[in-house]
Design a protein around this ligand. Structure first.
Ligand code: ZN
Length: 499
């Protein structure tokens, strides 16, 4: 059997108990010599094994082993963590072991065979994985420590330059005045972002690569407190030890102006009957506009291009009067209204029951997840499972929890009285004693809109007069029943439309 020697040392291994590449090779050659093993190829890698796909020579070695179909190999390496420090590479090596492509892994102090020691290899590479996790935690800790000391751990933002020797940032003398100007212009609230971007460009503001600094970048830098000496990272603020370019006051002023700018300036015009009114002649929807800044008029959009109605303008007040008349003309029977009301209410309640049950089920699921989390934690505390398994599983359970909670909150907004309140109000409008026409005209516009939209699919107008309207459920039944007190007819209609 032929052997392949793989050695690895990355810059991250500096200062740790890892032999240099040359020493690793010498040591392993000696061992091979003692055991009488023949080395066919040597791979010397100076890369980290933290991430998969990071080591060209490791990949080359794997390809080399796989390609040679007739041969199986032994692998020589100083320590098992030289071979793999991430789960993907571990799996690759393990697969080759199981396939018999690698017959043995020989390290300085032990032998790994496919049969008996695979498990050991697993454990040791999972230790290597833990080492990587710790390392990245240390890197994060390092960044936070640096922030707490007032240092800036990233690439300096425009207006500053990294001072690598002192591990801080210093003012970029060529660009700081543009930054100051951007803040001052914006704080004056007389300039748009586009304005500021173009002015600065005209005055020579360029990126370090010599390019125009885009509007979005200006927008971003105006919200970055680093320019007044505050470093913000992951929502936490630190006092930087770098020199600020602007005052805290100017920065705050800019934030205030920015807040005002995001407030909507013009209210969208509100037309309560838009979507309801139709032209009776051509069937097109009627649209509205405000004339002379006061009255709202509806008119045919003339979508088919040949309607003469579109020259007729219908005043909103007139439309209301017409629709109120329509209510008056339809003689609603009180008992019928009550029956319809009851039917609709039952439907709403049945739906609520269903939703409440769904809610109960979700709450039970949430409890179950919580119990599973506790059980998992107990296992971990008792040392029955490893940290990474615990983290993994706990994360899955957390995600499940979040999803259930989201579903619950969505359900909550569906259960409730909104539908019932509307129904109640509609009933009131219809049952209001004596003058229904008057009632409709007296309620507020928002309520008028609500009542109309709950009652009617549409109302067709011709020459400023209502010509036809179609009711929604359950009121359509009323218009269908010829004799409006004919209950048997009504109930037949109801039974044939159970939903
Ligand atoms: Zn028309």
């Amino acid at each position: 059997m032929k052997y392949i020697l793989y050695c690895r040392k990355s810059t991250e291994d500096k200062g740790r108990q890892v032999l240099s590449l040359d020493s690793q090779i010498n040591e392993m050659r000696k061992i091979a010599d003692n055991l009488g093993l023949k080395i066919e190829r040597e791979f010397r890698e100076s890369k980290s094994a933290k991430m998969p796909d990071n080591r060209p020579l490791f990949s080359e070695m794997i390809t080399y082993i796989q390609k040679n179909k007739k041969e199986s190999y032994g692998v020589l390496c100083w320590k098992i963590d030289r071979l793999s420090r991430n789960p993907i590479d571990s799996a690759t090596v393990q697969w080759l072991l199981q396939q018999g492509k690698i017959k043995v892994i020989q390290t300085a102090d032990r032998q790994y065979l496919p049969s008996d020691n695979v498990l050991l290899f697993n454990v040791e590479s999972s230790m290597a994985n833990q080492y990587i996790l710790d390392l990245s935690k240390n890197v994060k800790r390092g960044i936070i420590a640096k922030l707490e000391q007032g240092g800036f751990p990233n690439f300096a933002p425009v207006g500053y330059i990294n001072d690598k020797a002192n591990k801080t940032i210093v003012i970029d003398k060529e660009r700081d005045r543009y930054i100051r100007k951007a803040f001052e212009m914006y704080a004056s609230s007389n300039h748009s972002l586009k304005d500021i971007t173009n002015t600065l460009y005209d005055e020579g503001f360029r990126s370090r690569g010599g390019n125009k600094i885009h509007k979005s970048k200006i927008h971003y830098l105006l919200s970055n407190p680093i320019y007044c000496g505050i470093i913000e990272k992951d929502g936490k603020k630190y006092i930087g030890n770098h020199k600020p370019i602007i005052s805290k006051k100017l920065f705050d002023d800019v934030q205030k102006v920015a807040q005002l700018a995001t407030r909507p300036k013009t209210k969208k015009l509100y037309f309560m009957y838009r979507g309801v009114l139709k032209c009776s002649k051509c069937g097109c929807a009627m649209t509205a506009s405000k004339k002379k800044g006061k009255h709202i008029y509806y008119y045919c959009t003339n979508g088919k291009g040949k309607c003469n109605e579109h020259k007729v303008y219908l005043k909103e007040e007139k439309a209301s009067e017409e629709m109120a008349k329509a209510f008056k003309e339809v003689k609603f029977d009180e008992r019928l209204i009550n029956l319809c009301y009851k039917a609709k209410m039952e439907e709403l309640e049945a739906n609520d029951d269903y939703l409440t049950q769904a809610q109960d089920n979700l709450k039970k699921q949430l409890e179950a997840v919580s119990k599973r989390k506790n059980a998992l934690l107990d296992l971990f505390i008792d040392g029955k499972i490893e940290k990474d398994i615990y983290d993994n599983k706990n994360n899955l359970l957390n995600n499940e929890e979040v999803e259930i909670k989201k579903e619950l909150s969505e359900l909550k907004s569906k259960i409730g009285n909104k539908g019932k309140e509307t129904l109640e109000r509609i009933k009131e409008v219809f049952l209001y004693p004596v003058n229904k026409e008057k009632t409709f005209l007296e309620i507020k516009d928002e309520k008028k809109e609500e009542v109309i939209k709950a009652l009617l699919w549409n109302a067709q107008f011709e020459n400023q007069k209502i010509a036809h309207f179609s009711f929604k459920e359950p009121y359509n039944i009323l218009s269908k029943v010829s004799n409006k007190s004919d209950f048997s007819q009504l109930l037949r209609d109801r039974d044939s439309n159970p939903d």
